[in-house]
Design a protein around this ligand. Structure first.
Ligand SMILES: C[S@@+](CC[C@H](N)C(=O)[O-])C[C@H]1O[C@@H](n2cnc3c(N)ncnc32)[C@H](O)[C@@H]1O
Length: 259
């Protein structure tokens, strides 16, 4: 798993979604005002967790990748209210209980089996105070995109993003090639990063592959219910819009009911 992402390039490569950071900071402040800290699962380099800590909220970030956590620690060196823990989101045991657990930017899709999804959700529930909340963000499966990748685009690489290398300043052109295995609800993605220097020469091309699971709306509802959560809201974006046919995102807000 630690090789899935390049810690040096990660922050530059991820575009913040409209309203994304504000959404998490607002929920974190609500937990903080009720007297509870926040836990971010699969926190990576702390892209979201740092904004929460800077808002004055105590946060624990948990990730399986030591390299991503090292980057998070470097970025957070001036903060005293952020703690970083190496662990697996499918099975973790922390002493604290939290008012909010977050799994931003589709990290839940790294869990490839229903058992793993359950283990993660049950672990989250155990770590929430009564009435505590879970904010979970995944893709809304896009049937048009799936059909395109499995027909006309099959075997091709499509450019999807350009950004600057944080150290060399070179241009990075990111391309992807995807195959959807619809019976398994999994996709195999290959990402190719071309680093291009000032003269237009390709300095390097790095390939990375990852398999992700996708989950439908009502399947997620069942998973949450069976793991002991009440759904508070489902949004199609981070600005409170409803889930609709063209929504790219699914943003779930669920609660551990008070007993
Ligand atoms: C897309 S990054 C998200 C990082 C961060 N939450 C953000 O919003 O930028 C996904 C992260 O999930 C982590 N990850 C993947 N599978 C994991 C697992 N089973 N347990 C813990 N972390 C995992 C990876 O190491 C990576 O840092």
């Amino acid at each position: 798993v630690s090789e899935l992402y390049d810690p040096e390039l990660y922050d530059a490569s991820v575009g913040e979604l409209p309203g994304e950071i504000d959404f998490y900071v607002r929920l974190a402040r609500e937990a903080h005002e009720a007297g509870h800290p926040v836990l971010e699962l699969a926190c990576g380099t702390g892209r979201v967790a740092l904004a929460v800590a800077r808002a004055g909220v105590s946060i624990v970030g948990l990730d399986v990748s030591p390299a991503m956590l090292t980057r998070a620690r470097e970025k957070a060196s001036a903060l005293t209210n952020a703690r970083w823990v190496e662990g697996d989101i499918r099975s973790f045991a922390l002493e604290e209980r939290f008012g909010l657990v977050t799994i931003p930017i589709r990290s839940f899709q790294h869990l490839l089996t229903t058992d793993d999804q359950f283990s993660c959700l049950r672990c989250i529930r155990e770590h929430l105070v009564q009435g505590g909340r879970l904010a979970l963000h995944i893709f809304n499966p896009d049937i048009v995109r799936m059909a395109q990748w499995n027909t006309a685009r099959r075997g091709t690489f499509q450019r999807y993003r350009e950004y600057q290398h944080p150290r060399s300043g070179n241009r990075i052109v990111a391309s992807e090639s995807v195959v959807y295995r619809t019976a398994a609800q999994e996709l195999d993605a290959t990402y190719a990063n071309d680093e291009i220097d000032g003269r237009g020469a390709v300095v390097s091309t790095v390939y990375r592959g990852m398999t992700l699971r996708y989950t439908y709306r009502y399947e997620m509802e069942h998973l949450l219910a069976r793991s002991g959560f009440e759904v508070e809201a489902l949004y199609g974006d981070f600005e409170g819009g409803p889930l609709c046919n063209t929504s790219v995102e699914m943003v779930w807000l669920a609660r551990r009911p008070a007993e």
